[in-house]
Design a protein. Structure first.
Length: 379
């Protein structure tokens, strides 16, 4: 009997060692696969840049900067993401995910809402509001979001009336969307955001529709997460309206010809289509209560060169966070670059609610700095 027990125990120990060895070997193989995948992505990324350079002969002349409609869709959302240099596609798991990666709302644990305000460049105001509600016991989530960029009222000035005609005009860009995300497994999520887009300046406007898709994957290597998204896939936009109508005299030398009404036709422009792929890695550092997160995003837009965003965040006691990042690496004519910020999570007593306050400073070079503020509520 004792011999049988010893044999059985020895078998269990050997079997445990074998499983541990297999697990270790599998983990090592997975790490090498991740490394190979990253190298292949970087090689493909570099190849895209090389093809663009070869086709144009000159990097600067080969871009399509300024040729897209609805450029406000390229402004990043949320102070946390902005502080991390926009390296957020694999990291986002809050109400700003509807902009960066729709799959991210699938990881939201409870009801959540986020508000962002930015005094944007050239005296414009940029605002975002988003709300997320998990459904199906956390299997999926739905959300709604709105983005607004506006100038406020400005006086109309013409030659001879430089102080103003007494009329006022305004300009406003708007995008309103609904989002759905599904967690296929505890590691893989997929999401879609469908949105209506509108641009208006005085009495002329343009409208369009677009979708964003994205996915998040939590790898078997603890702390390593991958994400990708395709943003602004949709219809072209064309400006039309009362301001494009006029009355002209086709022949000023002939008094018998009456003035006739005309309507100017504008060109249509594509939306700023953007592909993002990113990696983020979370690792305890300095203390058991501190976590360091590093992230990198590869960007491939249809209206500019490829570029890289990098960012880092250190979170202490799941309450206070310090962040820094750098955007538009490899971009020849970049305007923005360094960014940094901080965040604070407060939990009121006798309440399950969490209040999240974030701030970001983004340097835009000759265009001066931009201060981003975000407020989030989690229940």
């Amino acid at each position: 009997m004792n011999v049988s027990k010893r044999t059985s125990n020895t078998f269990r120990v050997e079997r445990g060692k074998q499983k541990k060895s297999e697990t270790s070997k599998g983990s090592a193989i997975f790490r090498w696969r991740c490394l190979l995948f990253v190298l292949l992505m970087l090689a493909a990324f570099d190849n895209l840049r090389a093809q663009k350079d070869e086709g144009s002969g000159n990097i600067s002349s080969g871009t399509n900067v300024g040729t897209s409609a609805a450029a406000f869709l390229e402004i990043g959302i949320g102070a946390r993401a902005q502080a991390m240099g926009g390296a957020f596609v694999s990291l986002v798991q809050d109400a700003t995910a509807m902009y960066w990666n729709p799959a991210g709302i699938g990881r939201v644990a409870g009801f959540e809402t986020t508000f962002t305000h930015v005094n944007w460049l050239l005296d414009t105001n940029f605002d975002y509001a988003g709300i997320v509600v998990p459904i199906g016991g956390g299997i999926a989530a739905v959300g709604a979001n709105v983005i607004v960029l506006g100038t406020g009222e400005q006086p109309v000035r013409v030659v001879g009336q430089e102080e103003g005609t007494g009329e006022f005009y305004s300009a406003q860009d708007l995008a309103a969307g609904v989002t759905f995300a599904l967690n296929f497994t505890d590691r893989f999520s997929f999401g879609v955001n469908a949105k209506y887009i509108s641009q208006r300046i005085w009495n002329s406007s343009s409208n369009g529709f677009a979708i964003d898709i994205g996915a998040l994957y939590q790898t078997q290597l603890e702390g390593l997460q991958m994400g990708f998204s395709i943003s602004n896939f949709g219809s072209d936009m064309r400006l039309s309206g009362r301001d494009l109508r006029n009355v002209v005299d086709p022949d000023i030398l002939n008094d018998g010809v009456e003035k006739i009404p005309v309507s100017y036709e504008t060109d249509s422009f594509a939306l700023p289509l953007l592909f993002r792929f990113g990696l983020s890695y979370k690792q305890p550092m300095l203390s058991e209560q501190g976590d360091l997160i590093v992230a990198v995003d590869l960007l491939h837009p249809n209206n500019d060169e490829e570029s890289i965003n990098v960012g880092a965040e250190y979170v202490l006691f799941e309450t206070f966070a310090l962040r820094a990042g750098y955007r538009s690496l490899l971009l020849t004519d970049r305007t923005s670059g360094l960014s940094f910020g901080a965040g604070l999570i407060v939990s009121p007593r006798r309440s399950d609610m969490k209040i999240v306050v974030d701030y970001a400073y983004v340097d835009w070079g000759v265009l001066n700095a931009v201060h981003n503020f975000s407020l989030g509520l989690k229940f």
